[in-house]
Design a protein around this ligand. Structure first.
Ligand code: F6R
Ligand code: ZN
Length: 184
């Protein structure tokens, strides 16, 4: 009765391949309200990819008890003095946590709790980050190469992008005198 099966997916060379793998691409044109410097934004190639997410969804969205796995690649770049970054979100199911871990390149994980306190953790190959429930999360690529990180989150977490679109993060990560700093 025993069977030997091929794995659900293969994660190699920062790419995920397999049956229930999907890939989403976020171009600069999808991120109009994310960046502060509107003038700089207008003068950029809006068709360029800022990041993509390769994810393995072995169960249906909202399944209690299941897990999702994703790999995000953020390309290097800035809009004005602000680093290329993800939209960022709270989970719709607020109590759900998530793991992020750095695979390649350098970046910063920016987190914000429900009282709008903001803090950040450096990301680098091997860095491991626990994002508690009720904490919004966004990642910026602060380096000159691709930033690749992986994530694992509950399949019933859901994504709430609206709160961030409406109220934003309380602080932003910009480059000042060659180093990343959080500003109000
Ligand atoms: C899943 C998760 C990541 C992000 C991805 C892109 O809960 O946090 O897989 O979805 O890094 O960022 P967003 O979703 O903020 O555009
Ligand atoms: Zn998340």
């Amino acid at each position: 009765k025993s069977k030997i099966l091929f794995p659900k997916a293969i994660f190699t060379n920062n790419l995920l391949t397999g049956e229930s793998v999907k890939c989403d691409t976020r171009k600069l044109s999808d991120l109009e309200n994310i960046f502060l410097d509107k003038e700089a934004f207008r003068n950029m190639d809006l068709q360029q990819t800022v990041y993509n997410v390769n994810s393995l969804l072995p169960v249906k969205e909202n399944t209690p008890g299941g897990l999702f796995f994703g790999i995000t690649t953020i390309y290097p770049g800035k809009v004005g003095n602000e680093f290329f970054m993800t939209k960022g979100h709270f989970h719709s199911n607020l109590d759900t946590a998530e793991f992020y871990w750095g695979v390649e390149g350098e970046g910063m994980l920016i987190m914000m709790d429900m009282d709008r306190n903001v803090w950040a953790e450096r990301m680098f190959p091997g860095s491991l980050h626990y994002i508690p429930g009720k904490v919004a999360h966004r990642v910026a690529n602060t380096g000159y190469r691709k930033l690749v990180f992986s994530a694992c989150w509950p399949s019933d977490a859901g994504h709430d992008y609206k709160s961030i679109a409406k109220d934003d993060f309380a602080m932003r990560l910009i480059e000042k005198n060659g180093v990343p700093v959080l500003i109000k």
